[in-house]
Structure formats: C-alpha cells, structure tokens
Design a protein around this ligand. Structure first.
Ligand code: ADP
Length: 369
C-alpha cells in the first residue's frame, strides 16, 4: 500500500470507531485546526462536521467554568513539544453550543507526539453529563426540599431550648435536668449545622459559588458570629473570645451571607473538636493586601497526615468519624467561598497545641468594579 493509502485507511478506521462511541471526539492538527469531528461532537456542539472541519478549535468548542471562559490555550495548549499524553482534564464545565445553549460536560485532552520532537496535534474527548446531571438535579431538588422542611422546625426547637437554658429558668432545674437540656441544645445545633451544609452543597453543585459582593465591615460580622456561638461554647464549658484588630480595618468587598457560612463552619468546628480550654477568633491585617481571620482552638488538633486533604469534599479525620456527627462538607464549602472571594484558607495544627484555621480576604478599593 502507498503511504497515502495507509493514511486514508487509518483515517477511515478512526472515523468508524469514533462514529459509534458516545463521547464526542475532536482531533486537531498541531495548529489547532480541526481534522476530525465525530457524530457525538456534532450532537453536543450543534456544528456539523462540514462546519467544523479545518476550523480553529476555539471557534467550535467554547467552554466556561462557572462565569469564566476556559481559554483554548488552557484546554488545548499550542506547540509545546514536550507535552504528551493526558494534558488537561476539566469536570463539570459548561459547553456553549452553536445556539448558545449550555451543556454540562467533562473534557479530557491528549497531546499526540511523533518521535521525540514532532507535535502531531491533540485529541479532545468530551462526555456529556446530561443524563447524570438530570439525576443529580433531582437529587439536589430533593435535598433542598428536605432542607427547607427541616430547617424551620429545627431552628424553632433550638430556639425554645436556648430559652429554657436562660438563667431564670435553669435556676429552677435540677443539675441532671440542666444536663439533659444542654445535650438537647448541642444536638440540635449539630443538626442545624448538617442541614445548612446540605443546603450549601446543593447550591454549590448547581454550578459555582455566586458571590454578591458589597462593602462590608468585617469586624461587625465577626463579632456577631462569635456572639452567636457564646451559648454553644458555654454549654461545652468552653470560653470563646473575639480578639479585634489593633487598628480599625478598611472595609472589604464581600458577600456577607457567604462569609457568615465560613465563620460559622470554622467556629462550629473549633467548638466541636475541643473539649477543654478556649476558642479565640482573631481578626487582623497581616499586610497591606489582606485581612485575616484566625480561629484558634485548644482542641484535639489534626495529625499531619490528614492536613492536605482536609478541604476536600466529604473528608473527615478518622477520630471525628468515630466520635462526632458530620458530613465532611464544612471546610470544602468554606474553601470554595473564600476562593471565590480571591482569598486563601489554610490550617496550622498539631495534636499537642490544637488547631488554628485561617482565611484571608484581599483588600480591594471599593471604587474598583
Ligand atoms: P465535619 O466537621 O462535618 O466533619 P468539616 O469539613 O467541617 O466537616 O471538617 C472536616 C474534618 O476536619 C472534620 O471531620 C475533622 O476531622 C477535621 N477538623 C475540622 N476542624 C477541626 C478542628 N478545629 N479541630 C480538629 N479537627 C478539625
């Protein structure tokens, strides 16, 4: 067979294989011009093979991650001879089709290299998560419904228990009765936390974290959330203190309800995983670019080997799994929120000293928009 015939035959084999598969497959040459476009690629992008062939990939395949466009240089970088194999993987991206409709997809790009130096182009695999996402959507709808049905009664029960825990009432109670009430209060606080986590995860999985930023005096917010937890801490025999900054801080641009969630998660954890001592919430301005919140506890700490995964979804340290209720979502959600504000989260912890969870928020000029 002549070389041309070999190439032609191989092309037909690729066409035949890729025709039948459910993943969209797009192959490009080294300049990112489309040289192959299978049936599933036509379906998901809305472009016909004729419209797509020889066109620049970036004109046919448009991806966004939340509100941000994923640049073609990111999911299919040009040139770079040293790249080969799987070079990009993106999950739950939005593919904007020819009619500007959105589909949720997973994308993988492989670079193909000939010999040591020749860049032969790229193969992009796209799987349409539509069916999965329909199921996911139904699950999320159920979760939000459950959340709405649960949150109100649990909040009411917790409210009444906290009224009973006021001194005027506890004076009339036996020690053992006070103990029962304390336990009921802590358990409903935990339950409310779980319900909130479920709602938040449902919201975040629908897409991305939506930040409604406005000018905010963070000191007011932090001291308010600390106050909200005074009773929960006292019921565990813990002291919680707010340590304000030495000088008043500039306003930040942030989403107050989302930051409330982060503070709640950090403080709730500090109390939950501490049996003796205190929790300090320290607000400061470590440099000219950031405002920092640190939630420091004297609790059981976290062994080093768990630290790297702590902010992952559903991750819980073994001891917590055995001893406390939790979903392992609070830190994951908190990181998502802080990331969406352009800040950072991290933890310093050891079983000897306890844990300090930090997050920063960038100071931005309120005139910037
Ligand atoms: P949850 O508390 O529901 O398990 P989180 O995402 O809030 O989920 O926390 C993940 C894990 O990190 C917890 O299970 C716990 O093991 C650990 N952790 C979080 N905060 C602390 C803390 N202040 N002290 C000790 N361990 C903590």
């Amino acid at each position: 067979m002549e070389p041309n015939e070999i190439i032609e035959t191989q092309k037909r084999i690729i066409d035949a294989i890729s025709y039948g598969v459910s993943d969209a497959i797009i192959i490009t040459d080294p300049d990112r011009k489309i040289t192959h476009f299978n049936k599933a690629a036509e379906t998901i992008t809305g472009f016909s093979v004729v419209e797509a062939m020889n066109h620049p990939l970036g004109e046919i395949l448009k991806l966004t991650d939340g509100d941000n466009q994923v640049q073609v240089d990111t999911f299919c970088p040009l040139g770079a001879v040293d790249l080969q194999g799987l070079i990009y993987e993106g999950e739950n991206l939005n593919l904007i089709d020819k009619d500007e409709e959105e589909n949720i997809v997973n994308v993988r790009t492989h670079k193909v290299r000939g010999g040591a130096t020749m860049n032969l182009g790229s193969i992009i695999f796209i799987d349409d998560t539509f069916e999965q996402s329909e199921l996911e959507r139904m699950k999320l709808d159920f979760v939000s419904m459950a959340e709405h049905v649960l949150r109100t009664p649990v909040t009411i029960i917790r409210g009444y228990i906290s009224r009973l825990l006021e001194e005027s009432t506890t004076n009339k109670l036996e020690e053992v009765e006070k103990g029962y009430l304390n336990s009921a209060f802590l358990a409903t606080t935990d339950l409310l936390g779980l319900v909130e986590d479920l709602l938040n995860i449902a919201e975040f999985r629908r897409g991305h974290v939506k930040i409604n930023a406005a000018a905010l005096n963070i000191e007011g917010l932090v001291s308010k959330v600390v106050d909200e937890f005074k009773l929960v801490a006292a019921n565990k025999g813990l002291n919680i203190v707010f340590i304000p900054p030495l000088y008043s801080l500039p306003m930040v641009k942030a989403d107050i309800s989302k930051l409330h969630i982060v503070l709640q998660n950090f403080i709730e954890n500090a109390i939950k995983y501490t049996n003796e001592g205190k929790v300090e919430v320290i607000l400061s301005k470590p440099d000219n670019e950031n405002i920092q919140v640190a939630v420091k506890d004297s609790g059981r700490g976290i062994p080093q080997e768990y630290i790297d995964n702590l902010f992952s979804k559903f991750y819980r340290v073994k001891k917590a799994l055995e001893m406390e209720y939790g979903l392992g979502l609070g830190l994951y959600i908190s990181k998502k929120i802080v990331d969406a504000h352009g800040g950072k989260v991290w933890v310093e912890s050891s079983p000897e000293t306890g844990s300090t969870f930090f997050f920063t928020l960038p100071i931005v000029s309120l005139d910037d928009d």
